[in-house]
Design a protein around this ligand. Structure first.
Ligand SMILES: Nc1ncnc2c1ncn2[C@@H]1O[C@H](COP(=O)(O)OP(=O)(O)OP(=O)(O)O)[C@@H](O)[C@H]1O
Length: 325
């Protein structure tokens, strides 16, 4: 459905030192440097997938989204999305895609949201019946009824984001590109946006590519992740594969029925300790969590056990360190 092969994109960026002299010099003798934003990016995505496209700041995520949505033209490389090359067959391509940039608005700032929706209806030539049924569905699922008559500038960030997502789906796109859709949202709005993305993916089979720095978005939505850094693709796999490969320890917290003596277990490090409770970091390469619990239960009367895996956030930080990005 989405085939991207060998994308390269560089930007020429003007360079100058601070100060008035440097500013005047740069008028007569401008200096530029080239930033390689993308270097040989390739991937394919099937219908119905939700893919998390992740990487640190400046990795090239937005540049990729802009190229595959037809906003930017790459220096070289191929891209075919439902048979269209985004930057060549723009009109056909945009009918198939919806795009949301969390940091920018596609809605008219000073007019009610509904006016922007009508404009989009005309731009995409959406038939009246399709527009009406999609609007009804989006209004119900995104809880838009109180927002549609409000000018965009009066909406909160979370309210605006719901309206933006609604706008991107009015024309029934088969693919949705989301660039940081939950940035700045509170916990309730994040949950609403995530639930909605899951619903349209499951019920309408909409394929989703999502860039985010929020790893809970990835955990809630994406089975597959593509990791990029400094413009290069570094990893492409499922979240489970990532966890299996990079989770090095788990935390075991045990509450005892009575106060206990010290006990040292090979492969564990004590994180905190009272007479009734111990919290251990378990090195999974040395010892299994079940063996740790079994040793503890042989020695003490256990009241409660909690096992916590390394949070995805931490795994990603380790991953960035490992790839030096
Ligand atoms: N219009 C532009 N002009 C010059 N350089 C650009 C332009 N757009 C992006 N870049 C550069 O290309 C690189 C990749 O930028 P991009 O915005 O794609 O990263 P990103 O992964 O989306 O980052 P972030 O997570 O911070 O949004 C960066 O070094 C950035 O400075």
């Amino acid at each position: 459905m989405i085939e991207v092969e060998g994308l390269y994109k560089s930007f020429k960026v003007a360079q100058r030192n601070a100060g008035v002299t440097a500013a005047i010099k740069s008028i007569f003798n401008p200096q530029y440097k080239t930033v390689q934003a993308l270097e040989d990016i390739s991937f394919t995505i099937d219908e119905g997938e939700i893919v998390g496209y992740i990487g640190p700041n400046g990795a090239g995520k937005s540049t990729t989204i802009k190229i595959i949505s037809g906003i930017l033209v790459p220096d070289s490389g191929k891209c075919s999305i439902l048979g269209n090359t985004p930057w060549k067959n723009r009109i056909n391509h945009v009918r198939n895609i919806g795009v949301v940039f969390g940091q920018r608005s596609q809605l008219w700032w000073d007019v009610p949201v509904m006016d922007s929706y009508y404009l989009l209806k005309d731009i995409y030539k959406i038939p009246e019946t399709t527009f009406k049924s999609n609007l009804d569905l989006l209004t119900a699922t995104l809880d838009l009824s109180a927002l549609l008559s409000t000018p965009v500038r009066q909406l909160s960030l979370g309210q605006r984001m719901r309206c933006e997502i609604g706008a991107s789906l009015l024309h029934d796109p088969k693919i949705l590109f989301l660039d940081e859709p939950t940035i700045g949202l509170d916990a309730v709005s994040k949950m609403a946006v995530r639930n909605f993305i899951n619903t349209i993916n499951q019920e309408k089979k909409v394929t989703v590519i999502l860039t985010t720095h929020d790893m809970s978005d990835i955990e809630a939505l994406a089975e597959r992740i593509i990791l990029i850094g400094k413009g290069k693709k570094l990893m492409d796999g499922t979240l489970t594969e990532l966890k299996n490969r990079f989770v090095t320890h788990k935390t075991v917290t045990v509450d005892f029925a009575a106060s206990t003596q010290d006990l040292s277990i090979k492969g564990t490090t004590v994180l905190s300790r009272t007479k009734e409770r111990i919290s251990l970091a378990v090195d999974l390469e040395t010892i299994k969590v079940s063996d740790v619990i079994s040793i503890l239960s042989q020695n003490f009367d256990i009241k409660d056990v909690a096992v916590n895996a390394q949070p995805v956030e931490e795994i990603i930080v380790d991953l960035y360190k490992e790839f030096q990005i």
